[in-house]
Design a protein around this ligand. Structure first.
Ligand code: MG
Length: 256
């Protein structure tokens, strides 16, 4: 069941979303060659405490596996859910997906961005730019009366027109009092199909786009998802409220 949020609930969601966006922006800023993904996680944890919020990810459980960090840091061929590590030093030319969320006053925010570490290849820069554009395209469909298939189709069409592929195994989601709520928000689909969008839905839209094929594998740690073919992947995400006036990006940062 898709829970519709009142205007008052959407107003409450602005706070965790803003904290999420500000901390993520800071993490993107300090990402550079020589920093480790463990350093980024530690800084994120410090900033969460300072903001008076709680991590949305740390101790998140799927069956028997528990996520041990406040940040997902996914390097190069890692798609999502990479576990930060003190030994994982980022180097010039890497791309790193930073996925981050907090809970505050009973509501969640969730956002992600993929960052170029130092100077990256033209090929990798294009992947980042197109994936970000896929997110914008998806968000533009978040208008009452459109359908979930319109969102997925918009993302898929742009990604595939550039020769990339769309990850099928992970999708976006509703968000609110829980990090993951109904509905699932696939990054693929057919226009005019799927659930009808309504004002009051709050969705996390998060295209995961691969340079090569869409196939994935999950590491023995139970979390780290990587491309099957070893080529790079990018991931951008925003938490967005659907209003009568169209999409309101709750995790957008002014002057960010
Ligand atoms: Mg998400």
């Amino acid at each position: 069941m898709i829970e519709l949020k009142s205007m008052a609930e959407i107003a409450k969601m602005r706070k965790p979303a803003r904290i999420t966006a500000e901390i993520l922006a800071r993490l993107c800023e300090i990402t550079r060659p020589g920093i480790t993904t463990g350093d980024l996680d530690r800084e994120a944890e410090r900033l969460i405490a300072r903001a008076g919020a709680r991590s949305a990810f740390k101790n998140y459980r799927v069956g028997d596996v528990v996520f041990p960090a406040v940040l997902c840091a996914s390097v190069n061929d890692e798609i999502v859910h990479g576990i930060p590590c003190a030994e994982r030093e980022l180097k010039e030319g890497d791309v790193v997906g930073l996925d981050f969320g907090v809970e505050c006053d009973g509501f969640f925010g969730d956002a992600a961005a993929t960052v170029a570490v130092g100077k990256v290849s033209e090929e990798d820069r294009a992947l980042l730019e197109v994936t970000r554009a896929c997110l914008d395209r998806g968000i533009a469909q978040l208008v009452p009366g459109k359908r979930l298939g319109d969102v997925g189709a918009a993302v898929q069409e742009l990604a595939e027109s550039r020769g990339y592929s769309v990850v099928r195994d992970f999708v976006g989601h509703g968000i609110g009092r829980a990090l993951h709520e109904d509905p699932q928000v696939p990054n693929f689909g057919r226009p005019g199909r799927g659930r009808r969008l309504k004002a009051g839905m709050v969705l996390a839209v998060e295209p995961m786009i691969n340079q090569g094929g869409p196939g994935i594998s999950v590491d023995p740690d139970g979390w780290t998802a990587r491309t099957e073919d070893g080529r790079k992947s990018a991931h951008f995400e925003h938490t967005v409220a659907i209003t009568d006036n169209g999409p309101e990006v709750l995790t957008g940062v002014v002057n960010g």
